[in-house]
Design a protein around this ligand. Structure first.
Ligand SMILES: Cc1cc2nc3c(=O)[nH]c(=O)nc-3n(C[C@H](O)[C@H](O)[C@H](O)COP(=O)(O)OP(=O)(O)OC[C@H]3O[C@@H](n4cnc5c(N)ncnc54)[C@H](O)[C@@H]3O)c2cc1C
Length: 393
């Protein structure tokens, strides 16, 4: 019996506009670098989308925050406004403080952490956004989590239990990889794969590895660069959620919550926003928010930045956390499960998070066209539909 649940709504969240950034057809990782390059002397865009190699992940965001802070301090700025209190914003504000620069964070939400969003229910806290410390061995946040004494649990993604049919073959994966590597930069995933997508084995591979990892339509996603490195061996999730890490990182920082910044005016002598002034600004809002005009900049961003932004976008991956009275799903050494949806491109994967506190708990990640239907209605309905997918068939 379902005893408690949490449901995410990243797709309709005005301060996220999706789950993480992706490269669309025609784009390259260079677009990430361009977007993150300084805009004159007083503005820099940071955030996960600007990392050319670790985009879409918390530690990539954090590293970009550090780099932007070092840039601002290096220009001699004494008062810096950091817009957004996600991992990039927290990293920037911390580093600025270490460098002796006065930093204040301006955050639209009434909480810190952005897409690293631990939420409480049923006596425990679970992640509705980022779940894992990815690329664990080379992850700056993993080192901070370790030094803070946080308990983490490893996930083996290589051997999920597929509850609906056979896993895709290694050969299917190889064929897809070869086809994508050879695709022209302008090609979309759908264009490059073409009729291959009609083969069941290939389709299962694509849904599990590309759709689940992006949450974006294959007709939009870049064939060559839409499948970026990230999820893998050694990833670990934090017992008690990213909230613990966020609180640790935010200690001693000045953050103004519930202060959305609609517009940033950049002049020769500084930046202005709300009724504030600073020497420079580091903007860490998601690219979905920038593209939707959730924060505008005047004068407008330079053409290369705008063009880079136009080739990046956000996918939609939603999560549920379900707590049950009893455990009914089959045991799996990996603690990881996959369920293919009713049509092509619909997929969900599940992390058994019972280790958190012993209460049978499953965390589900959903992507694909079925989200429109599954997520239509109140949270209780979404949770009930999600739980039904786990039931023995
Ligand atoms: C469902 C899901 C699962 C994920 N899983 C993982 C994972 O397992 N591992 C991993 O490493 N990453 C994962 N990610 C990605 C990770 O969460 C992000 O890459 C990272 O948290 C982004 O940090 P950021 O600081 O760049 O942006 P954000 O965290 O989005 O921070 C930006 C902040 O800006 C604020 N803001 C927006 N607009 C304004 C405005 N106008 N004025 C003021 N403030 C504003 C937002 O409220 C937000 O707090 C996941 C994300 C999602 C949604």
């Amino acid at each position: 019996m379902l005893r408690a649940y949490l449901v995410s709504r990243w797709g309709e969240d005005p301060w996220a506009r999706g789950s993480w950034s992706l490269i669309g057809r025609g784009g390259t990782p260079e677009d990430r670098r361009t977007l993150g390059s300084p805009v004159g002397e007083r503005l820099r865009i940071a955030g996960e989308a600007t990392h050319p190699a670790r985009a879409g992940m918390t530690h990539g965001a954090y590293e970009q925050g550090l780099e932007a802070a070092e840039w601002a301090a290096g220009r001699g700025h004494r008062r810096v406004a950091v817009i957004g209190a996600g991992m990039a914003g927290l990293g920037a504000a911390r580093r600025l403080g270490e460098l002796g620069v006065h930093a204040e964070i301006w955050e639209a939400r009434d909480r810190l952490g952005g897409r690293a969003a631990g939420a409480g229910m049923d006596g425990a806290t679970f992640d509705l956004g980022a779940n894992w410390l990815q690329q664990y061995e080379h992850n700056a946040l993993a080192r901070i989590a370790e030094s803070a004494g946080l308990r983490t649990v490893a996930t083996d993604f290589t051997d999920p239990v597929v509850l609906t049919g056979p896993p895709p073959s290694a050969a299917a994966g190889e064929r897809v990889r070869r086809r994508l590597e050879a695709a022209p930069v302008e090609a979309s995933m759908a264009g490059a794969l073409g009729p291959l997508l009609d083969e069941e084995d290939v389709r299962r591979f694509v849904d599990a590895e590309i759709v689940m990892d992006s949450g974006a339509p294959l007709t939009w996603l870049s064939a060559r660069y839409g499948f970026e490195p990230g999820v893998g061996e050694g990833d670990r999730w934090i017992v008690g959620s990213y909230r613990l890490l966020v609180d640790h990182l935010a200690a001693g920082l000045t953050a103004h919550l519930s202060h959305p910044v609609p517009h940033l005016a950049v002049a020769e002598d500084g930046v202005r926003f709300l009724d504030q002034r600073a020497d420079a600004a580091i903007v860490t809002v998601p690219v979905g928010v920038l593209a939707a005009g959730g924060l505008t900049v005047g004068p407008p961003l330079p053409v290369p930045h705008r063009e880079a932004l136009s080739r990046l976008g956000m996918g939609r991956v939603e999560k549920v956390v379900l707590r049950f009275s009893t455990r009914f799903w089959p045991p799996a050494a990996s603690g990881y499960y996959r369920v293919h949806g009713p049509g092509p491109g619909s997929i969900c994967e599940w992390l058994d998070a019972t280790a958190a506190d012993g209460v049978p708990t499953m965390v589900g990640l959903f992507a694909g066209p079925w989200l429109a239907e599954l997520w239509d209605g109140p949270d209780a309905e979404v949770a009930r539909r999600a739980a039904a997918l786990l039931s023995p068939r």
